[in-house]
Design a protein around this ligand. Structure first.
Ligand SMILES: [Fe+2]
Length: 465
């Protein structure tokens, strides 16, 4: 009876627009977001009970939310209805706001892209399922992508859900390799994943202020060694994605993905100054239920190759040394299988301290670090200093944290600068340099993956207030 009442209540709320999407601008900061993908409506979905216990403030459906696999809207609608009728899901839905994008099965056809004509009807069905208002701009868009912002100022989380189906060019196939898929990289410069309009929209969203940007992509972004669906089936498009984040200096980007019937955390470097993180949660009830060997993935940080799963993004805004972002994968019973934790300050481009205005003829460290081997004038405000154990070298850093991959160091040979620091002592000399502007002329080189310039002639350096 209780179950019947909650399902009835859900239908009632959806019909009257009460089970709507969360407001587009929600000023209250949030800190607990759950996500998942691949939920077959014809199978039990006890996982919702565990997700509900997490007290999430939002749930992100990353695609394959139902297994529709049909060009017929009536059939698709009936399958969404079936999902809504599942007791665990209907109870969850009454308590937690849902937003979502699609993948191939709720789009309507396995591994389909731009060529799938019934996508227009499929879009209406998906938007109806999520309770999107009839006058929402999402109704007029070609594709189901959307973005929301939660909180303000330093506690602002942006959620961007991409559509990797509606415009995606045809996929290139090769011979099927057992257990490795059969898709090949499509390097046609005209081939696209997002399509022109969505790329433009995405760029405007990345330019909006936010501390954390959770970007949902139904297909994996970072993993590239398997032959199934992934961004790397379109390598030029993935590079475009990474370049767009670099060019917009978008802070706090974390990718979430689904589709693969496994859980996985992948991390790589794309010259952002902070790691590219992709948390794949796939299989709300569609993952392998017995252990299997992890498939190849050179960027894997942690694997969850079996068990139904969901993901959590949690932000501790009040941690002692600044906010910490935790991303975890959990099984159907809520037990953690994999986790990646990172201070929010390490998900930031370090632009202000090292790329301020420079005088004519000089460039900032960020630009200089892209010009290995070239002789240049580099200028920046000294954020911190250090010295070698034998005191033979003095380090002048563009960032306060010298280990940061975005740090640029000017290395002075102490002996050549002895006259400068002798009167006050080396320690005191280093202290007074912090906050001063340095302009140095020399060759850009690399040390332990970071850019530097070695100077042994005082005439090559100008230090000013
Ligand atoms: Fe899929």
């Amino acid at each position: 009876m209780k179950r019947f009442v909650s399902i009835l209540l859900l239908h009632f709320m959806i019909s009257f627009g009460w089970a709507d999407e969360p407001p587009l601008k929600n000023n209250a900061s949030i800190s607990r977001i759950a996500f998942g993908s691949c939920a077959h409506q014809d199978r039990p979905q006890p996982v919702w009970n565990s997700i509900l216990k997490e007290n999430p403030e939002l749930f992100l459906f990353l695609g394959d939310n139902i297994y529709a696999d049909t060009p017929l809207k009536e059939v698709m609608r009936a399958k969404y209805k079936k999902l809504n009728s599942l007791p665990e899901f209907s109870k969850f839905r009454l308590k937690v706001p849902l937003v979502g994008t699609w993948d191939d099965h709720d789009y309507g056809q396995n591994d389909a892209g731009v060529e799938f004509a019934p996508k227009v009807d499929a879009q209406t069905e998906l938007l109806d399922f999520f309770g999107v208002a009839k006058d929402s701009p999402r109704r007029d868009r070609k594709g189901v992508y959307e973005a929301w912002t939660f909180g303000e100022g330093d506690k602002c989380i942006q959620v961007i859900l991409l559509d990797t189906r509606y415009h995606r060019s045809s996929i290139k196939t090769g011979p099927r390799i057992p257990n490795k898929g059969n898709y090949l990289p499509n390097t046609d410069p005209e081939a696209t994943v997002l399509g022109k309009e969505q790329w433009n929209w995405f760029e405007t969203k990345l330019k909006e202020p936010a501390s954390i940007r959770i970007i949902g992509s139904s297909i994996q972004v970072v993993s590239e060694d398997h032959g199934w669906e992934k961004w790397m089936n379109f390598p030029l498009e993935r590079e475009r994605l990474y370049k767009l984040v670099r060019d917009t200096n978008a802070n706090g980007v974390v990718f979430l993905s689904g589709d693969r019937h496994l859980g996985e955390i992948s991390v790589m470097d794309a010259n952002w100054g902070y790691p590219v993180i992709d948390i794949t949660s796939s299989g709300l009830n569609q993952a392998n239920t017995t252990w299997r060997r992890e498939e190849p993935n050179r960027h894997r940080f942690a694997a969850m190759p079996w068990e139904h799963n969901y993901g959590m993004v949690e932000v501790d805004w009040n941690a002692k040394n600044g906010p910490i972002v935790s991303m975890s994968l959990k099984n159907e019973e809520g037990k953690t299988a994999a986790c990646y934790r990172i201070p929010l300050k390490n998900l930031q481009f370090k632009v202000p301290a090292n790329d301020g205005p420079v005088s004519p003829g000089a460039i900032g460290p960020r630009e200089a670090s892209k010009k290995m081997g070239e002789r240049l004038n580099v200028e920046f405000e000294i954020a911190s200093t250090g010295q070698s154990r034998d005191k033979a070298r003095i380090f002048l850093n563009s960032l306060s944290e010298f280990r940061d991959p975005a740090n640029f160091t000017i290395v002075l040979q102490s002996k050549a600068f002895e006259d400068s620091w002798k009167a006050v002592g080396l320690e005191n000399y280093r202290k007074v340099l912090v906050g001063k502007k340095i302009r140095a002329s020399g060759v850009i080189s690399e040390f332990q993956g970071k850019a530097q310039m070695e100077i042994d002639d005082p005439k090559s350096v100008l230090i000013s207030e």
